[in-house]
Design a protein around this ligand. Structure first.
Ligand code: 0X9
Ligand code: ZN
Length: 434
């Protein structure tokens, strides 16, 4: 009896010492949509964005840009009256996209729980679910066993918190028709932690490329003729943090000197026009560009790896949401030298995407199609590595669920995006057939 009681006490002591992660709550947080109708309103919205965001705890799900273009912002209850009066002073109205974010977060969590219970009875890795980082890494590690001679694991580096940044390479081996390496095609997902549909879609693409190799003629051709590099989760620490603590986390998880705010936006941390337009110097802002270009161990690891890939011919950086297909530049509205080719590839790729379920995507250069940004991955691969076909895709949806895209949209998003990517893969082949 004494032993049992003592054991219980020891267990209780251990349990109390191990912190149970508590989830950040979003009770009463609303996501509002605001569309400026005049240039004066556009300026007022920029003022709200760049001068009142951190103080009011605003979180821009879709940054403000131009007259007639929507912007989405998460507003905590404490900031609601400030935002209301700010908008009415500028003669602007808003519509409610999400009335209570906490309800959506809880709905997602109970769905995840049910899916996890199902998996325990042996359903394995399912493409129609969102997965925790461990499950994704375990899945990747099995691929070279399942597809020997086709898949190799690429340990790109370690994150700030020491996690593996793991990519895979799909390749049938060296080209035997030329001395030049095959064209390399890179896709990464999960650079922004909360955009869960991004890793899910990248995993879909990876899986289908392997599953359809040898049966589908287009897949067989692109797999034979390209070296394909796939990194499903770029920002691993952030991704884990969205699962364990804060579903709305975006940035990395490295601390900032002189601030209690954590993290840098990895898509503002690349060394191309770093620290310029559409990025913040405030560590508490979601678009903090970091203390220096490539300050983040994750952006350093990925960029160092990209530099070493022979014949890198296409770079894809996958985000959500808004249904946009974006080409360089982000930092300037000026058209880059390859603008006609970019538009040609995007026209064909977006048409293939639409051909699956009729989903509409807008496309064009980042700066004018979404909003200006600097220090972005694709500007760096295009401008610094001369990767002509460097793109950023913003997946589903257009704002009904935003980052909380329901699981029943994972497979449709995967298959339409796969159609778009296959067209891009064929497009960059040396003997183009598209
Ligand atoms: O702001 C971003 O980093 C991207 N949007 S997101 O909502 N996923 O955060 C858009 C980036 C556009 N700029 C470039 N592609 N350079
Ligand atoms: Zn993003």
């Amino acid at each position: 009896m004494v032993v049992v009681v003592a054991l219980l006490l020891v267990c209780a002591a251990i349990a109390s010492a191990v912190p149970v992660p508590t989830h950040v709550r979003f009770d009463g947080h609303q996501v509002l949509r605001i569309t400026p109708q005049t240039e004066v309103q556009e300026k007022a919205l920029q003022d709200l964005r760049w001068n009142h965001t951190v103080a009011n705890g605003l979180d821009w799900w879709l940054e403000p840009s131009y007259v007639g273009r929507r912007a989405d912002v998460r507003v905590p209850p404490s900031a609601m009256s400030f935002v209301d009066s700010f908008l009415s002073a500028a003669g602007m109205s808003s519509s409610v996209m999400i009335a209570n974010l906490q309800a959506l977060v809880e709905g997602e969590r109970s769905q995840l729980k049910a899916a996890k219970a199902d998996r325990k009875v042996g359903r394995g890795f399912n493409l129609d679910e969102y997965h925790e980082l461990d499950e994704i890494l375990n899945y990747l590690e099995l691929l070279p066993v399942e597809y020997p001679g086709l898949v190799t694991l690429l340990p790109i580096g370690k994150s700030y918190e020491g996690r593996q940044i793991l990519a895979v390479k799909i390749s049938t081996g060296a080209s035997n028709t030329s001395n030049l390496a095959k064209p390399a095609f890179w896709i990464d997902g999960g650079i922004h932690a909360r955009e869960w549909i991004s890793p899910a879609t990248v995993l879909y693409i990876l899986t289908e490329l392997l599953a359809q190799y040898g049966s589908d003629p287009v897949v067989t051709k692109v797999v034979n003729e390209l070296d394909i590099y796939i990194l499903p989760v770029f920002n691993v620490d952030g991704y884990v943090y969205t699962w364990e603590t804060n579903r709305m986390w975006r940035k990395t998880r490295s601390p900032n000197r002189g601030s209690t705010c954590v993290g840098t936006d990895p898509n503002r941390n690349f060394d191309n026009h770093w620290g310029e337009v559409g990025a913040s110097g405030d560590p508490c802002d979601e678009t903090f560009y970091g203390p220096s270009a490539f300050s983040e161990v994750e952006t350093r690891a990925v960029s160092d790896y990209l530099k070493r890939i022979p014949n890198l011919s296409a770079y894809y950086n996958i985000h959500s949401y808004s249904q946009l297909y974006l080409s360089p530049w982000g930092w300037t509205p000026n058209r880059p030298p390859n603008y006609p080719e970019h538009m040609d590839l995007m026209t064909k790729s977006v048409a293939a995407l639409k051909g699956i379920y009729g989903t509409d995507y807008e496309f064009g250069p980042s700066s004018t199609t979404i909003y200006p940004t600097s220090g972005g991955t694709d500007d760096w691969t295009y401008g610094n590595l001369n990767v002509v076909h460097s793109y950023c895709i913003e997946l589903r949806d257009t704002g009904k669920y935003g980052f909380l895209l329901p699981v029943d949209q994972i497979l449709p998003t995967g298959s339409e995006t796969f159609a778009a990517i296959k067209v891009a893969m064929e497009y960059i082949l040396p003997q183009r057939r598209v």
